[in-house]
Ligand binder design. Structure first.
Ligand SMILES: *Cc1c(COP(=O)(O)O)cnc(C)c1O
Length: 527
């Protein structure tokens, strides 16, 4: 006699919920999923085939649809639920796979990866510890090692020694670049602490707070890291190429030293979020070495390029970084949730090591000893799959095509009097703006620039609302305008399915919208 069944039967009788138990059990069986899978396939196809950037609903109308907060008492059938999703939710997604959606770093993904995702989710392995993931713990370490080798080019002996060792790791998977950066700063801080402990009473005095130096284009995850870890950011200006000013870095280091403040980390950006610019990595590594400071490269956006033989020169010097952040869900076209932090010297991973007696044991294979996160999905399988299915040649072509697309768009922008290109693209990302007619071919004052910024805000919002094409916008100091902060349009050329025709469509769309704004404004002026 099956005891479990017996107990459940008893519980059912007591709570008078006969049908519900059977219903819940049925949810655990996969035999009648075929119909559901077909519906979901249809929804996926609709999403993948959308050519516009979004539905035309206003974001406030969409928000209004999500305002009730009572959890349903009775469950509904999966069929009914899917119907409500198809009607109320899915139409309002961003059409990230559209070739005219050129706005963000969130990529459309190759369609074999959602299938791998189904596998990941069905297996539901937890790579925090070996007992809940077995082989996938080793697979995770293996892909980390493969990628580590692309960055650092270590010897065979090095990888034979460290790939599957118990005592350290070559890197950790994280949910994204933010967490990887936070872990890098954590490592840097602990490292500095080990060298010269900061006395607790000193720590409370603001002037003794450890300092992180990086450019003003540092990602805002460093603001979070600094706040969490009780450190302070020292932001250094960039030059005309949006690269960190090396003289200013040297000055920052020496002024901290003379004030008795400890610099714990020097951050370089390899692919800035706004411009795709890459800081001079080798020179920064030399400065860091001289000052005995941890050198971190935030390559969340640009790091994927190490896999591309013809483009990796852009990341020259990345191999000198103590730690490197990479986001698989950006350039590598993986599903969201694939950040990685690499340690050049695996012993760095031991600095932030933690154990738990019931699960993550010190002498186990548990990756959870090295991660800030606890329970984690086996997203390493996405990278493993992509590395094998796409391969280095595939990634090389993918990146070269995407760079070519950015150059095409830059040319298209420069050839049109309506636009101003802010900087030639280093990577597949560009910043530009629309110039209303009265501001073309003339010297612009700060007031003019403010007008132009306001115009570009309206333009971007209207374009988003209309939904036929999409770019994002940013607000950043621009060196060629004496560091004045300007609103810029920002295009991310990630989608391999975007063509020159899509790029032309987007620019024409912007010109048409701008003309409408112009007409409306002049209409107002005449009234
Ligand atoms: C995107 C990005 C991050 C943050 O990564 P998330 O995955 O969004 O957390 C950090 N740094 C840079 C340069 C980025 O482009």
């Amino acid at each position: 006699m099956d005891m479990t069944f017996d107990l459940n039967a008893q519980a059912n009788k007591n709570r008078n919920t006969d049908g519900t138990t059977e219903f819940l059990r049925a949810l655990y069986r996969s035999d009648d999923n075929a119909a559901i899978r077909m519906r979901v396939d249809d929804s996926c196809d609709r999403f993948l085939n959308a050519s516009d950037a979004s539905d035309g609903n206003s974001i406030f109308d969409i928000c209004a649809k999500f305002k009730h907060f009572d959890m349903p008492r009775e469950g509904i059938s999966l069929e009914a639920y899917l119907t409500s999703l198809e009607r109320d939710v899915l139409p309002h997604c961003s059409h990230l796979a559209s070739p005219r959606y050129l706005g963000h770093m969130t990529a459309p993904i190759p369609q074999f990866l959602p299938e791998i995702g189904r596998l990941i989710q069905t297996l539901n392995q937890n790579v925090v510890k070996m007992e809940t993931s077995r082989g996938l713990t080793f697979l995770e370490r293996q892909v980390i090692g493969m990628f580590h080798r692309e960055i650092y080019r270590g010897s065979d002996v090095f990888y034979q020694r460290y790939l599957q060792t118990l005592s350290s790791t070559l890197g950790i998977f994280t949910s994204g670049g933010t967490l990887a950066n936070i872990c890098a700063v954590w490592t840097a801080l602990q490292r500095a602490q080990m060298n010269t402990p900061i006395v607790e009473s000193d720590r409370s005095a603001a002037k003794i707070r450890p300092v992180i130096i990086g450019s003003e284009l540092m990602h805002y995850s460093f603001d979070k890291a600094a706040e969490l870890l009780g450190a302070e950011l020292y932001k250094v200006p960039v030059d005309n190429q949006y690269q960190i000013n090396l003289g200013a870095v040297a000055q920052a280091i020496s002024s901290c030293e003379s004030e008795g403040r400890r610099v714990i980390c020097l951050v370089a950006v390899a692919g800035s979020t706004d411009y795709g610019s890459v800081d001079p990595l080798r020179k920064l590594s030399e400065l860091a070495k001289r000052a005995n400071v941890h050198f971190h490269v935030d390559a969340a956006w640009g790091g994927g390029l190490v896999l591309s033989e013809s483009n990796r020169y852009l990341l020259e010097g990345i191999e000198f970084a103590d730690t490197v952040t990479i986001d698989g869900h950006k350039q590598l076209m993986l599903p969201i949730g694939c950040g990685i932090l690499f340690f050049r010297d695996p012993e760095l991973s031991e600095i932030t090591m933690h154990h738990a007696p019931y699960a993550v044991r010190p002498t186990s294979f548990d990756q959870g000893r090295f991660t800030l996160e606890g329970t984690r999905p086996a997203t390493a399988l996405y990278l493993h799959a992509a590395m094998h299915v796409i391969g280095k040649t595939g990634y090389d072509v993918l990146f070269s095509d995407s760079m070519a697309r950015a150059r095409y768009m830059a040319q298209a922008i420069e050839s049109r009097p309506e636009f101003e290109l802010i900087v030639a693209p280093t990577m597949n990302l560009l910043a530009y703006r629309y110039l209303p007619e009265e501001y073309r071919n003339c010297t612009l004052s700060a007031e003019d620039n403010e007008e132009i910024s306001a115009f570009n805000v309206s333009l971007q919002k209207l374009q988003r609302q209309k939904g036929d094409s999409f770019v994002s916008r940013t607000f950043r100091p621009v060196p060629q305008y004496q560091g004045q902060s300007l609103t810029l349009l920002r295009a991310v050329l990630l989608n391999p399915l975007s063509t020159a025709a899509d790029i032309d469509f987007l620019l024409n769309d912007q010109v048409a919208i701008a003309t409408q704004i112009d007409e409306k404004e002049h209409g107002h002026a005449q009234q």
